[in-house]
Design a binder for this molecule. Structure first.
Ligand code: FAD
Length: 410
């Protein structure tokens, strides 16, 4: 294409990354009348065998469900598959400590839903196509960014150019926008890999999520609505390599034993994947004309299933900030505007990262007095009544200063 033929797209916001978080932000902002371009590297898969469960699933909180309901995609997601769980049972493998969370105890129908990531992404990706003011650009990615003169502009690998007021980095953990902008991150690699797979236990899970904390890492059995479980088994890298190399029969035997046969034997297992785990927080979430959201901004241990929930909160918070800025006549890409987003989200995320890091370390420790105290603490928390109810509501994302999109209004 010659320079005179270069396609130039003008928008208010360019979002790099059409994953769950980038798409959610795109839908919400377009609904508010912003012109949005979403640049995605890979066309999301449109169909898959109906009985196949994706390796990547997330436990979505009630707050995330409300966001997805308000964006008009939850019903579509339900038709694809969302699996509610009413209870959660957590056990400490190093003692008798356990805690049981029950939705009925706080008058809720469930504690949340286990949802395949591809279901959430596809529903949002297709919703983007229905809203005026959205340009989906796929497959493509950013070649070069020029921030400074307004409007800012960027060039895509395809040769297309975009002019925009605010660029969002939402391409996940390895975010090229974060790298190109020179934003550093703090954190460390956990000495753990998470093995994920779909497992067929002998007994029905009864819509209960189960987690067993072992010194090497937690093992979670997350219920899928047809009786299968999606498992997330965090363990040392060497042990993960060994488990990944086992044939299916031996893996099933080891999985059932590691889970103390909580659902009987494991009769079958699907393909397995392994992910290295790390804690990471970008040192800045914003620069003039640029903001990071989702895993591009932060990465958290999956033990409490908070990663995408944090990302959807980033998106919902940013929507409130940008709508307020526009109403006040302020530039959406100015630092005065973007710092409001950073202040609201960085503090909340550091709190969550710290809490998950603390739990990871606490449960990895085999020191006998600490193990005793930990088990005592779990049992005390289990018997704590109102405190436990507050813990449940907090885990569901229903406590604190919440952005408008999390409010039930659909
Ligand atoms: C084992 C495991 C279990 C987990 N369980 C949970 C859970 O139970 N609950 C929970 O909340 N979270 C969970 N998480 C975390 C969750 O998966 C992430 O937080 C979530 O996927 C982040 O979403 P995102 O949209 O920010 O990024 P991603 O899901 O990584 O999406 C990024 C998107 O950007 C695209 N992209 C990449 N590079 C480019 C580029 N250069 N240009 C354009 N597009 C690009 C990708 O194709 C992708 O579509 C888990 C994570 C792991 C590893």
């Amino acid at each position: 294409m010659s320079e005179s033929e270069t396609e130039i797209i003008t928008c208010d916001l360019a979002i790099a990354g059409g994953g769950m978080v980038g798409c959610a932000l795109g839908c919400a902002l377009a609904e508010q009348g912003f012109r949005v371009a979403v640049i995605e590297l890979n066309e999301p898969k449109k169909d898959w065998p109906v009985d196949e469960v994706d390796l990547r699933v997330s436990a979505l909180t009630r707050a995330s469900q409300h966001i997805l309901e308000n964006l008009g995609v939850w019903e579509h997601m339900k038709r694809m598959r969302v699996s509610p769980y009413q209870e959660m049972r957590v056990r400490d493998a190093g003692g008798q400590g356990s805690i049981h969370f029950d939705a009925a105890s706080i008058g809720e129908p469930d504690l949340g839903h286990i949802v395949e990531n591809r279901v959430t992404q596809l529903a949002l990706w297709e919703r983007l196509d229905e809203i005026d003011g959205v340009t989906r650009i796929c497959p493509d990615s950013i070649e070069q960014i020029t921030l400074g003169d307004k409007p800012h502009y960027l060039e895509l690998k395809s040769g297309k150019q975009l002019r925009f007021d605010l660029l969002i980095g939402a391409e996940g953990a390895t975010s090229p926008v974060r790298e190109m902008a020179g934003i550093t991150s703090s954190g460390w690699a956990y000495d753990q890999h998470a093995i994920v797979a779909t497992a067929w236990p002998e007994q029905h899970h009864g819509d209960v999520a189960r987690q067993r904390f072992m010194a090497d890492g937690p093992l979670a059995f997350l219920p899928i609505d047809d009786g299968r479980c999606s498992i997330v088994w965090s363990t040392s890298p060497a042990e993960a390599d060994r488990l990944m190399a086992l044939d299916d029969d031996h893996f099933c035997q080891e999985l059932a034993a590691a889970g103390e046969y909580m659902l009987g034997r494991i009769t079958r297992v699907g393909p397995r994947g392994a992910f290295p785990l790390r804690l990471r927080n970008a040192d800045h979430y914003v620069l003039p004309g640029l903001a990071l959201i989702g895993d591009a901004a932060h990465g958290i241990h999956p033990l409490a299933g908070q990663g995408v929930n944090l990302g959807l909160m980033d998106a919902a918070t940013l929507v409130d900030v940008l709508v307020a800025a526009r109403a006040a006549g302020h530039a959406i890409g100015s630092m005065a505007t973007l710092r409001r987003y950073e202040r609201a989200r960085r503090g909340a995320t550091i709190g969550m990262l710290g809490a998950m890091d603390f739990f990871k370390r606490l449960f990895s420790n085999e020191n006998p007095p600490l193990t005793l105290l930990r088990n005592l603490g779990l049992n005390l928390a289990d018997a704590s009544g109102p405190v436990k109810h507050l813990m449940i509501r907090r885990a569901m994302g229903l406590v604190g200063e919440l952005p408008s999109l999390t409010m039930k209004k659909f």
